[in-house]
Ligand binder design. Structure first.
Ligand code: ADP
Ligand code: ZN
Length: 435
């Protein structure tokens, strides 16, 4: 099967816009009537539900942010009564107090529909065995992907995170063909397989990797595809909007298709808040078009990316977004220069001598920012004498200076010395305190 829902994934743009407009009108009315927060915000902005006739009027509606969800913690933003809520999840709280999300039965159905569309776009079928190594529990990754994979009819192996030795054993004995995890955990698994005394890559049947929940670069994709002998695809999503599966790549690997009949995306300039043209990077904003439990309207994700339109080679018309550069709050300002950890990762991944594990430490000493990067040498390069090591360090420093414009202090560390993550990696320690 080429598409899970051909009608929605390949709809003509004008028909899609008409559908989105109809759904937008309904969701604006629904939230206005049921959630005091939206009613207040819209009243303050001087817009009423009847002013919103379609997508062209979307820009008249106020934005909302994570802080609004926190202020209404835990269930103040729910639009459905608790009797209709059949599931809670909570965001991982990477950047502070968690956000609680509530889902009705229909919400769970739309969420797993999005994931089923992604899985079909990657080429996963009911003949696959999907090992889900995202955390199960409050995190949306495990249970979310689980239900989508079940919908497609895969044999699901709910491995969750951790216990890497058992994961590899089951991967071999059951013949998992699909691995779903964070890219950092996949890198860790690849390394553990390479070092395994009894299991070789040729003993495994893996063919597809489904990676998301954190930013990853195309260099990381190349490394994972080579080390695990798979095709690696992106899956994107966030708890506030539903969870993973808001969008996913297709086999063309040329952008992440967003299921825009369910989740309407905009990209805005984070300073002026004006929409930016397609192709230009800005902050991604979502409006959920069918959610009942906790709908969001013009939710600012803080994720930075750009949109592209037009029919993809796969036949889908669903709008595509580029790889997420990072969250605006991942951006470090070091000696006045904007630095994204993903830029550092891109440079490190270009150099085969390194394992891809790194940690950035930023501090302030005598009023000057310090910028340190621990970067790990691959086992086969570790035996090198000091001299080539020194040259390698200089090369990495030069490559980073040319991308970032400032010079970090590089520390090449022993293989295995940077702590591995089974979930989202912690790449940055910022010790600076600001008065
Ligand atoms: P938290 O915000 O606490 O980490 P979530 O688990 O909901 O909670 O994380 C969603 C966020 O994870 C997104 O807003 C985005 O920053 C990041 N993310 C998810 N999928 C991807 C992806 N494929 N590429 C880059 N970043 C991603
Ligand atoms: Zn495509």
């Amino acid at each position: 099967m080429k598409y899970w829902n051909e009608k929605m994934e390949c709809m003509e743009p004008s028909a899609m816009r008409a559908l989105q407009s109809e759904r937008l009108r309904a969701i604006v009315r629904y939230t206005y009537d049921r959630v005091p927060f939206y009613r207040r915000r819209m009243d303050e902005a001087g817009v009423s539900p009847s002013d919103i006739r379609g997508i062209d009027d979307l820009a008249r509606l106020p934005f909302m942010q994570k802080q609004d969800l926190r202020d209404n913690y835990p269930v103040g933003m729910f639009a459905a009564p608790l009797t209709d809520i059949v599931r809670f999840h909570a965001s991982s709280g990477t950047t502070g107090k968690p956000i609680v999300a509530g889902y009705t039965r229909a919400d769970l159905d739309h969420w797993s529909e999005g994931i089923a569309r992604c899985f079909t776009a990657y080429g996963v079928t009911c003949d696959d065995i999907a090992q889900i190594s995202y955390g199960y529990g409050l995190f949306t990754g495990g249970l979310g992907v689980h239900e989508g994979a079940t919908k497609v009819g895969c044999s699901v192996l709910p491995a969750s995170t951790g216990n890497t030795a058992k994961q590899i054993l089951l991967m071999k004995d059951l013949g998992s063909t699909v691995l779903c995890s964070t890219p950092s955990y996949a890198l860790y698994l690849a390394e553990a397989i390479a070092q395994h005394p009894d299991i070789r890559l040729s003993d495994l049947r893996l063919r597809i990797g489904i990676f998301g929940a954190e930013p990853w670069t195309s260099g990381m994709r190349a490394a994972l595809e080579e080390q695990l002998h798979i095709h690696a695809y992106d899956i994107y999503g966030l708890t506030e909007v539903s969870g993973p599966g808001v969008g996913g790549e297709c086999q063309c690997q040329c952008g992440t298709h967003i299921w825009e009949d369910l989740f309407y995306p905009e990209v805005i300039d984070p300073v002026t808040l004006e929409p930016v043209p397609d192709g230009q990077t800005g902050e991604l904003v979502f409006t959920t078009l069918l959610k009942e439990g906790m709908p969001v309207i013009r939710y600012r994700t803080r994720d930075l990316t750009y949109l592209t339109r037009g029919r993809c080679d796969c036949g889908r018309t669903a709008v595509r977004m580029g790889k997420i550069l990072g969250r605006s709050d991942d951006m470090l300002i070091i000696r006045g220069v904007n630095v994204f950890p993903s830029q550092v990762e891109a440079v490190i991944m270009e150099m085969p001598e390194f394992t891809g594990q790194y940690r950035i430490t930023v501090d302030r000493v005598d009023n000057v920012d310090t910028f340190d990067i621990d970067v790990e040498l691959g086992l086969e390069h570790y035996a090198d004498s000091m001299d080539p090591l020194h040259r390698l360090k200089l090369r990495l420093t030069d490559n980073l200076v040319s991308v970032l414009g400032i010079k970090p202090a590089i520390h090449i560390v022993e293989p295995g010395s940077i702590e591995r993550s089974t979930g989202k990696a912690k790449h940055v320690i910022d010790k600076r305190t600001f008065a």
